[in-house]
Design a protein around this ligand. Sequence first.
Ligand code: TYM
Length: 357
Amino acid sequence: MSGSTPPAREGAPSEDNRPSPAGLKGRILSGIQPTGNIHLGNYLGAIRNWVGLQKDFECLFCIVDLHAITVWQDPQELTRTTREVAAAMIAAGIDPAANALFVQSHVPAHAQLAWVFNCVARLGWLNRMTQFKDKAGKNRENASAGLYVYPNLMAADILVYKATHVPVGEDQKQHLELARDIAQKFNNDYGVALFPQPEPVIRGPGMRVMSLRDGSKKMSKSDPSDFSRINMTDDAETIAGKVRKATTDPNPLPDSVAGLEGRAEAANLLNIYAALTDQTLEQAVAEQAGQQFSQFKARLTETAVAVLGPINAEMKRLMNDPAEIDRILAKGAAKANSIAAPVLREVYKTVGFLPAV
Ligand code: TYM
């Protein structure tokens, strides 16, 4: 932490935007990028958990288009995939009437707070972010500046709502740690208690869905091979083809979790199967012990189609009415704005910006 801490000026969070309306456990914010193919990893690692959290938390779900353009996006495709992600979330069970489902660029306070956080976060902190290293690759000099400060914007997404809980997959835990550091440093530097420390919510075993082609790489929207992932838009035949071609090894399935050691692809397929059937990995391994991959893959396909089929059909229906999706997103943005704008004003006042008249 840098600098001395001046005496508190603003004190505790103001009443009007304090989280946790009566009966709820807190306020959730989570986000998803509208980049290309929304896949089974997004569903099992994120969206499915969000659906379950709706009854206990006040929820804000954000489609993070500002984050998306940290790497090149075809403009027309970005518009389409933004609606597609909204459709996927609604089809999977997010209730846009009870929660705010919205697009990040529709709520200007995200980008405005991110700028303040660019001035709070330290270069040393950003240098440790593994996602930047992975995404920038060897050609670091040519990565966008936006990709580098990506985690500061993510911190702003969360803290502009004073969110108390953030459901994410394992891969986003480091970014969430950074958001906590930024919140703490801001509070310390300005001597206020403006931001809470957002808690990660990782339900069940940390769900990390890996590529179907390479069990050491996470399933990702940006993998050039479509066979590496099951998309939420894939039909039954496509899912069957991808599972059939999924990389495996020559041995039958083991009878214990310990037997998955060194068998990343088998472990991944069993993990997926366990998540789809709401079992623990131990239960799934016990159920499939000794099976050949051909039999297991047929069972996995059947299960994936049973779970994703109805979601897929509903997504298609929703995508046929883009105006309705846009209306839903506009309502979500209005709700989100009504929470974010006062928090941003509080931040600006704390920082000492001259109020606009
Ligand atoms: P994104 O768009 O990559 O992924 C959205 C959510 O899906 C989870 N996820 C996975 N879970 C398991 N296995 C996988 N293979 C897999 N791939 C993705 C991610 O953990 C995430 O929960 N930086 C974020 C988006 C973001 C955000 C936020 C999240 C922006 N602002 C604020 C939470 C709070 C991202 O790129 O997620």
